[in-house]
Design a protein. Structure first.
Length: 286
């Protein structure tokens, strides 16, 4: 799961050299839907989605695919791959805040210290180093994507009781791709379709969407949002290395210090808060 998720941000950056954020989002998810549709047909797997699950599935597709994917692409127009991965890893902080407000969950002093530490890390990333990232709307798109991601993971969890994880990805990709299709213009110069672009796009669609989302959902179906999310703490490290090696995006002092603080704060919060807190269902839809 970690190995398939890590290339996401590098592949996105490479794809955005040719496609706009609005174009890339439907291409990514509709492409993944085709890949997963072929897989389900090959497996002759009967679809389990029922009418009663449609409202929740629609919300999952709009949040975790359309919303998250579009915000991520808009942010990565300028934000380096490694920094993006670091910023996205604060999503457990947002998940706890939602649990705090809606489910009245609490944590220890160590957990609250972790929240402060994570927020401070994000501030360092977005404000301290103006040379590479600085404060700009694109970095805020990534933070917004982290917020959407946290809501999406909690809303999605109950679906695994009735729908296979891979099918959830299939429907999410269909909904997310169709929902963002009206935003696309596809004003693209075919002369810019280089081998590296096609490689990045294929990796993004097949490896980092169809396969990574499937592995991620299988993990969440067997554990919880908190426990499954802990597996992704290593993703920013791999993303930084891939961005450095493949895109020449040298990590800056600000991104490293802020990223370490944000990641450390998330780890503190996760250790101080019982995993069961994220297992409770947020009844946002019927």
């Amino acid at each position: 799961m970690v190995l398939t998720s890590a290339p996401t941000y590098v592949a996105t950056r490479e794809s955005l050299k040719v496609l706009s954020p609005q174009d890339l989002t439907p291409v990514r998810f509709l492409g993944a839907a085709v890949v997963l549709g072929i897989f389900l047909l090959f497996r002759r797997q009967r679809l389990a989605l029922t009418r009663g699950d449609v409202p929740r599935m629609l919300l999952v597709g709009l949040l975790g695919y359309a919303g998250y994917g579009l915000l991520l692409n808009l942010g990565q127009a300028t934000v380096p791959a490694g920094t993006t991965s670091l910023l996205l890893n604060i999503s457990p902080v947002f998940a706890f805040i939602l649990s705090y407000l809606i489910l009245k969950e609490r944590t220890t002093r160590l957990g609250y210290a972790g929240i402060v530490m994570a927020v401070a890390g994000v501030a360092v990333i977005t404000l301290a180093d103006r040379g590479a990232v600085g404060f700009n709307r694109d970095a805020m798109y990534i933070v917004a994507a982290a917020l959407v991601l946290s809501v999406f993971l909690i809303v999605q969890q109950p679906l695994f009781k009735r729908i296979p994880p891979v099918e959830v990805v299939f429907w999410g990709s269909v909904i997310g791709g169709l929902a963002t299709l009206p935003t696309a213009t596809f004003k693209v110069d075919p002369a810019r379709f280089s081998p590296t672009f096609w490689t990045g796009l294929v990796v993004l669609v097949v490896v980092s969407t169809a396969v990574a989302y499937a592995f991620w959902n299988i993990s969440l179906a067997r554990t919880s949002v908190a426990e499954g999310g802990a597996l992704l703490y290593v993703v920013p490290v791999l993303s930084l290395l891939l961005g450095w090696g493949l895109l020449a995006e040298v990590p800056t002092v600000g991104s490293l210090i802020g990223g370490a603080a944000a990641l450390g704060g998330v780890i503190l919060l996760s250790r101080a808060t019982p995993p069961a807190s994220e297992m409770k269902e947020l009844r946002l839809v019927p």
